[in-house]
Ligand binder design. Structure first.
Ligand code: PEP
Length: 249
């Protein structure tokens, strides 16, 4: 299995000036640290700045969204080639906020995953159940369907899956590590049904109110290979502590 992967999702936060202040604090805190792979997914408007600022740092750049067409009359959209051009390595696809606030459904998510597959970008494909789906014992069915529909026709090679129970995102609530492991193990078995033994090589991240205090309890689980971090990634000290797996903090 690859290194533990810790990805920041800044969502719609930070101007370029704020990103510059963040990087000034963050880089010294992770200087020399190579035990985790670190990714920062800022808003589109910070990508150009971060592409330069992170150049020699070993930190990867990611986008929070992408469109499925290569080019054309698609006002407001950004293509895979544009992201690659600006040194992005990763792109988040299927985040619950895009599903629930922006109305993205499995068909849209599948188009995006197909566009990204083979492009050189690595998708961080988010799946997860709502609170009521969990309470109704439907978490596994929902996640299985999201995987099947999202990955239909996709050449699943270089991909990261983020298990993000929606009720745990930005709420301060987390899945218990045991529960997150159970769902991640289930996700890996679904992936094995699609791509066989190579499923063992696919990083599965946990996302949902990860903090410096709880990160280790998640990455200690056998099927959890890292974290997608929202709120706590906005503070450079907190994100550095998470990226360093709470070591020396
Ligand atoms: C996210 O938005 O992907 C996320 C996990 O957010 P938070 O860490 O704030 O729950």
């Amino acid at each position: 299995m690859k290194k533990v992967l810790i990805a920041a999702n800044w969502k719609m936060h930070k101007t370029v000036r704020e990103a510059a202040k963040y990087i000034e604090v963050f880089l010294p805190l992770i200087s020399g640290w190579d035990k985790t792979e670190i990714v920062i997914c800022p808003p589109y408007t910070c990508l150009d700045y971060l592409s330069e600022a992170l150049k020699e740092s070993g930190i990867y750049l990611g986008a929070q969204n992408v469109f499925w067409e290569a080019q054309g009359a698609y006002t407001g959209e950004i293509s895979t080639a544009m992201l690659i051009d600006i040194n992005c390595r990763y792109v988040i696809i299927g985040h619950s906020e895009r599903r629930h606030i922006l109305g993205e459904n499995d068909t849209i998510i599948n188009r995006k995953l197909n566009a990204v597959s083979g492009s050189g970008l690595v998708p961080i494909f988010c799946v997860g159940e709502t609170r009521s789906e969990r309470e109704n014992n439907q978490a596994k069915t929902v996640v299985e369907q999201q995987l099947e529909k999202g990955l239909a026709g996709v050449n699943v090679q270089d991909i990261v899956i983020a298990y993000e129970p929606i009720w745990a995102i930005g709420t301060g609530l987390t899945a218990s590590p045991g529960n997150a492991q159970e769902m991640s193990g289930f996700i890996r078995s679904c992936l094995a049904g699609i791509i066989g033994g190579r499923a063992d090589e696919i990083p599965i991240l946990y996302g949902g109110s990860v903090t410096p205090k709880n990160i280790v309890s998640f990455v200690d689980q056998p099927d959890i290979n890292g974290a997608l971090v929202g709120g706590a990634s906005l503070n450079p000290e907190d994100f550095a502590a998470i990226a360093r797996l709470n070591e020396n903090v």
